[in-house]
Design a binder for this molecule. Structure first.
Ligand code: URA
Length: 238
């Protein structure tokens, strides 16, 4: 997230970017008193304003561009913008947020059948930084396995030599912590497609349930399934 000073932009551009309406509708919303100035100054569509000056239906505007959302993703929701794929993680956010420009996207993905910590943002540079393999952000997954561990998995995962089906390069070293013979946590720094499930498949096991409990220094804290919160700049130090 950028820590820039609030800048002034055209009112219609501001409201359009936050998904309130299309720019040409602003004149009507002004006429009807839906959009007002906090000090009752007169406004036109092209008036240059800052975010904090404007009220919509008497309420402060949604957070400005540059947001990061921490969500506790429930099972069954899809990390996609395509409605055809079923219920989407974006359906948990206020409907207006689907219309924002820049668009809010997930930072990496969790499978439909994976729950847990999911980050979303409209900040393209941040999205790039946190998903780039170069940055090696550690992510911790809790997995329930179909079969008891054989005993050599931690060593194999840590070795940096594990090859996944159809890939050219081995997985980077990953840290397996054994809770009991069919429950583990796995810390990985990459984000390959279905990586955790494929790593266990590569050692002859099968992941029955998967939950992401942390991303960098971030954890879910008290967030219940399906809940989300906006992150502060200081929380995004990774
Ligand atoms: N690895 C997986 O297999 N699935 C996820 O959703 C995330 C990591």
């Amino acid at each position: 997230m950028k820590n820039s000073k609030p800048s002034k932009v055209r009112l219609d551009k501001l409201l359009g970017s936050l998904g309130y309406c299309v720019r040409k509708e602003v004149a009507v919303l002004l006429r009807d008193g839906v959009i007002t100035h906090i000090d009752n100054l007169s406004l036109k569509s092209d008036t240059k304003v800052s975010h904090e000056e404007i009220l919509y239906e008497g309420e402060p505007l949604d957070p400005p561009t540059g947001i990061v959302i921490l969500m506790n993703k429930p099972l069954g929701l899809v990390c996609s913008h395509d409605d055809g794929e079923g219920r989407l993680v974006y359906d948990l956010l206020p409907p207006r947020w689907r219309m924002r420009d820049p668009k809010i996207s997930t930072i990496g993905r969790l499978d439909k059948e994976t729950s847990g910590l999911l980050l979303l943002s409209d900040d393209g540079a941040l999205l790039h930084r946190l998903t780039s393999p170069k940055h090696k952000v550690p992510k911790v997954y809790e997995a329930t396995l179909d079969r008891p561990l054989q005993g050599d998995e931690a060593e194999i995962f840590a070795s940096g030599t594990l090859m996944l089906n159809g890939e050219k390069n081995p997985c980077l070293p990953a840290k397996l912590t054994i809770i009991d013979e069919s429950h583990v946590t796995l810390e990985i720094t990459e984000g390959r497609y279905h990586q955790v499930r494929r790593m266990f498949a590569a050692v002859g096991n099968h992941v029955m349930a998967l939950h992401r409990s942390s991303f960098g220094d971030l954890t879910l804290g008290d967030l219940k399934e399906g809940e989300y919160r906006l992150l502060d700049l200081e929380e995004m130090t990774n």
